[in-house]
Design a protein around this ligand. Structure first.
Ligand SMILES: Nc1ncnc2c1ncn2[C@@H]1O[C@H](COP(=O)(O)OP(=O)(O)OP(=O)(O)O)[C@@H](O)[C@H]1O
Ligand SMILES: [Mg+2]
Length: 254
């Protein structure tokens, strides 16, 4: 029997910490390691995935939202080798999506992801019910933080609010834009300590990604990082995270 797909949301609380970039780069790293990967652009009204990849999707979630088009029918192969269910710039807003619609979206995504090894959901910034529900419905959530104190407090708020869900997701933390691996680990430890102390919750560390000028350069060229600069420090850090997830997936399936 084939193993069930790993489905992971990518969330943060604070905006601009690199969620969309991580979802894309992780998807590319997992694809290059042999996984079949699909990414859902859950930042529905802004559709940043197409912009970072430089693609102009033929279909998007606005069509899915009509109820007449299946999620599988809007999916497109990206130049990085993985598939994407594109967001819908401007036409619908996730914050305005009722809970039942979010449940339908994630339910459909679970069905779609059954044809893949990994499904990633890029979630919009914020700690509103829509983001929390999306993370909860995914079941597992990569929480992206930086060493910035506001990112730590917003990340903590996301985890705290998520505990009020009927089924909170299992979190794993990624520290992005770390000046050094050690400073990234310090940021992780202060979050983990707060979660343990106040929420009695263990937050495992998935990985630290270094701040790297190659990231912005690749985004400016609308080219995925592992195509633009596969040996760049941030690329190597994401490849390491992909390997950790693959090991985790294998362990779960065993
Ligand atoms: N490791 C890194 N090193 C340097 N710059 C980075 C790194 N990761 C992300 N960035 C920069 O951060 C910016 C924001 O990234 P991205 O759009 O992926 O964040 P986001 O969390 O999805 O934002 P939003 O909350 O608006 O959706 C990018 O333009 C990129 O240049
Ligand atoms: Mg984003």
């Amino acid at each position: 029997m084939t193993a069930p797909p790993q489905i992971l949301a990518v969330a943060s609380g604070k905006g601009g910490v690199g969620k969309t970039w991580l979802a894309i780069t992780l998807a590319q790293a997992l694809t290059e390691a042999g996984d079949r990967v699909v990414v859902l652009d859950g930042d529905i009204g802004l559709a940043n995935i197409d912009i970072q990849l430089g693609i102009a999707p033929k279909h998007d979630l606005a069509e899915w939202a009509t109820g007449k088009t299946a999620l599988a029918d809007i999916v497109e192969r990206t130049p990085a080798g993985f598939d994407v269910a594109p967001g819908a710039s401007g036409s619908i807003a996730m914050s305005a999506m009722p809970g039942a619609e979010i449940a339908r979206l994630v339910g459909d995504f679970h069905g779609l992801a059954a044809h893949y090894d990994v499904g990633l959901i890029d979630i919009a910034a914020g700690v509103e019910p829509a983001q929390l529900r999306l993370a909860g419905a995914a079941g597992r959530c990569i929480l992206v933080i930086t060493s910035d104190p506001t990112s730590l407090t917003d990340g903590y708020a996301f985890v705290k609010m998520a505990q009020r869900l009927k089924r909170p997701p299992a979190f794993q933390v990624v520290v992005n834009m770390a000046d050094t691996p050690a400073s990234g680990e310090r940021a992780y430890l202060s979050l983990a300590k707060a979660a343990k102390g106040f929420l009695k919750l263990d937050l495992p560390l998935l990985g630290v990604i270094r701040r790297d000028p190659a990231v912005a350069a690749a985004i400016r060229r609308q080219t995925p990082l592992l195509t633009h600069a596969p040996g760049a420090p941030a690329a190597l850090d994401v490849i390491k995270i992909a390997k950790a997830l693959q090991r985790g997936g294998a362990a779960r399936a065993a």
